[in-house]
Design a protein around this ligand. Structure first.
Ligand SMILES: Cc1cc2nc3c(=O)[nH]c(=O)nc-3n(C[C@H](O)[C@H](O)[C@H](O)COP(=O)(O)OP(=O)(O)OC[C@H]3O[C@@H](n4cnc5c(N)ncnc54)[C@H](O)[C@@H]3O)c2cc1C
Length: 287
């Protein structure tokens, strides 16, 4: 059974249009009703959504009243860019960041002054001390570019030693990958909370595209069932909801400290899972 009150958070991407902004504002209001621990807003490497991330964070925080954390990636940035961005966030009262390396935008070959996320975390701690709660990324099924699981784990540890406060994982559908990863982290002395990233399943083709890009595995039995539904979106939704609810139940029952939902800016799929889990509003659960 679930014990304690798991910390729930939701991730958004910065919308490009006025209509997208209005839709995300509505989504954030709807999700704010369950009083999540925080929202986060992704960041496009190479500057494509750099300003939109910051604007979206401020807007969503204002509209929803929920603490909102910008993602910040360093792969094509200079120290000066990052310093400026951090100063902007400090000035706006932001205290929570998701710090990433990011991926090189297509067509770009040169990395900036940072090569890996541990260097970004160190830089944030050196320039802003303990101001920020820093989340970093973790990969229970291992990062696609990692040469070996051991090296990937050692590289994750570098981020923790550089000052990460907690971690959010890449999404996965195999709970054992998460449990095994956590066991390995604890064995090498990493005690920070590692919150599973949860991707609700609503669209098979989109899920395959994302998973191919980020190296997340869709187990064969799930793939086969989804494939068989063809264009029957209602059956895909219902099956996806059941599978992901069961995954979350297992994760929480075995000690996951929370759940971080990749929402793709939609409230309904994550809320349905939250309801199925019988979780409490965060404030009533802790109060
Ligand atoms: C929760 C979450 C949120 C995300 N949000 C965004 C976002 O907003 N924007 C975005 O562009 N991307 C985002 N991503 C994707 C992420 O940027 C990519 O997965 C990227 O490829 C790796 O980023 P990282 O911070 O994990 O990198 P790192 O921790 O730097 O790891 C990247 C690779 O390098 C290796 N490595 C790390 N450190 C070293 C070292 N010191 N020496 C040698 N090798 C090393 C690692 O083993 C790994 O293979 C997100 C991912 C997650 C899980």
């Amino acid at each position: 059974m679930t014990t304690g009150s798991p910390e729930i958070s939701f991730e958004f991407f910065p919308p490009k249009t006025a209509e997208g902004i209005a839709r995300l504002e509505a989504t954030s209001r709807e999700l704010a009703a369950i009083a999540p621990r925080f929202f986060s807003v992704t960041f496009g490497a190479g500057g494509s959504t750099r300003d939109r991330t910051s604007e979206t964070v401020i807007d969503i925080q204002r509209v929803s009243g929920i603490e909102t954390a910008p993602h910040i990636s360093c792969i094509s940035s200079t120290q000066e860019n990052i310093r400026e961005m951090l100063a902007g966030y400090v000035a706006r009262g932001i205290r929570h960041l998701v710090a990433l390396r990011g991926d090189m935008p297509s067509g770009m070959v040169e990395a900036g002054e940072f090569r890996y996320a541990n260097e970004l975390v160190s830089f944030i701690r050196t320039t802003t001390g303990d101001h920020f709660h820093i989340e970093v990324a973790a990969y229970p099924e291992y990062h696609p570019q990692a040469s070996t699981p051991d090296r990937d784990l050692a590289n994750f540890k570098r981020k923790v030693e550089a000052g990460a406060s907690s971690a959010i994982t890449q999404y996965f559908y195999n709970a054992d990958a998460y449990f095994s990863f956590i066991e390995r982290c604890r064995r090498v002395g990493m005690e920070i909370p590692v919150v599973p990233g949860i991707m609700p399943i609503t669209n098979y083709h989109q899920l395959v595209r994302f998973s191919d890009a980020c190296g997340a595995e869709i187990p064969r039995w799930i793939r086969k069932r989804l494939e068989a539904y063809g264009e029957d979106m209602e059956s895909i939704r219902a099956f996806g909801e059941e599978v992901v609810t069961r995954l979350c139940e297992r994760l929480l029952a075995h000690g996951a400290p929370g759940l971080h939902f990749y929402t793709l800016n939609r409230a309904a799929p994550a809320l349905a899972i939250w309801r199925n889990l019988g979780l409490q509003k965060q404030d009533s659960a802790t109060g």
